[in-house]
Write a protein that binds this ligand. Structure first.
Ligand code: MN
Length: 302
């Protein structure tokens, strides 16, 4: 998997099912931004890895029993902001797509792009909540001198919306003190709480009726599933548990936009790229099902 300049012609899903902008309800926005990674690098190749792998997906989603592409999926050109203007550029582009009525799926790139997208959504959707799937709390106020470091992503989000986090299993003593002691609206379900017994799902059900921005830092998953990420942490949730979380979330809440960030494609680990592409397809499918954006479920893939 190459990490240099991405191929501008690649799109989400195979070439034959691309929608034009005006006919699309879903906009995929690739943002290969990498400026503040702290350990393994390569997340600038994340969008291209996801898009390339997506061409191998079945168009039929066995979970929702629909073909999500029938909702109309348009892939935006790569957004490649300079570090100085990244927050404004990402916020501006996500806002433009939302104003055009699109359900936005942003592909990172590092997690620092998320609060910029959340700002765009929060400015348009009253009562927005953020749902964070992540191994890390990302509650540092600044890191390595920058408030926009990826280790600060949720601290920035909390400035505009409450955050409900799932799969967390790594944070500092200072972050633990913030969770326990400060009046921040940050709800947490640790990875070890997400057992086969569904008690933890009440945290999802508490979002009933609320508009939600969903951010998936792919290090949320156990590294056996997605090892190709900069800061992998053992003990993450698996696929089936995640599907149950997403089923409930899309049933009870109104997910208005989402992202998948921090994939760092790595030679020999292409299953990670495919897993994240499948995740994105399932997110799109659940949104399309909820909104009734697809009607014909005939299997058109040869
Ligand atoms: Mn993380």
């Amino acid at each position: 998997m190459k990490n240099e300049m991405a191929d501008p012609s690649i799109r989400f899903l195979e070439p034959g099912v691309q929608a034009k902008f005006d006919a699309s309800r879903i906009a995929v926005l690739p943002v290969p931004f990498e400026a503040t990674v702290t350990y393994g690098s390569g997340t600038r190749g994340g969008p291209e890895g996801i898009l390339r792998a997506s061409a191998e997906l079945e168009l039929f989603d066995e979970r929702t029993r629909i073909q999500p592409h029938q909702a109309g999926i348009w892939t935006a050109p790569l957004l490649q902001p300079q570090p100085e203007s990244m927050p404004e550029d990402v916020q501006g582009e996500v806002g433009r797509l939302m104003d055009a009525g699109k359900w936005v799926v942003m592909l990172g790139g590092e997690h620092s792009i998320t609060p910029a997208a959340v700002r765009a959504a929060a400015a348009r959707v009253p009562g927005l909540h953020v749902v964070q799937l992540d191994a890390h709390a990302d509650l540092r106020d600044t890191y390595l001198g920058s408030p926009w470091n990826h280790a600060c992503a949720m601290a920035r989000c909390l400035e505009v919306a409450p955050v409900r986090a799932f799969g967390i299993r790594s944070y500092s003593a200072a972050e633990a003190r913030r969770m326990d002691g400060e009046p921040i609206d940050y709800g947490i379900v640790h990875a070890w709480e997400m057992s086969a017994d569904d008690g933890w799902l009440h945290a999802v059900e508490s979002l009933a009726g609320r508009p939600v921005y969903l951010t998936v830092d792919v290090d949320y998953f156990d590294p056996s599933l997605v090892p190709a990420t900069g800061t992998p942490e053992p003990g993450g949730p698996g696929w089936r548990l995640t599907q149950r979380l997403l089923d409930r979330l899309f049933e009870v809440a109104d997910v208005v936009a989402c992202d998948a960030v921090e994939l760092a494609p790595t030679p020999g680990l292409h299953h990670a790229d495919f897993t994240v592409a499948r995740l994105v397809h399932e997110l799109v499918g659940r949104a399309a099902l909820r909104h009734g954006w697809t009607a014909d479920t005939a299997d058109t893939k040869s």
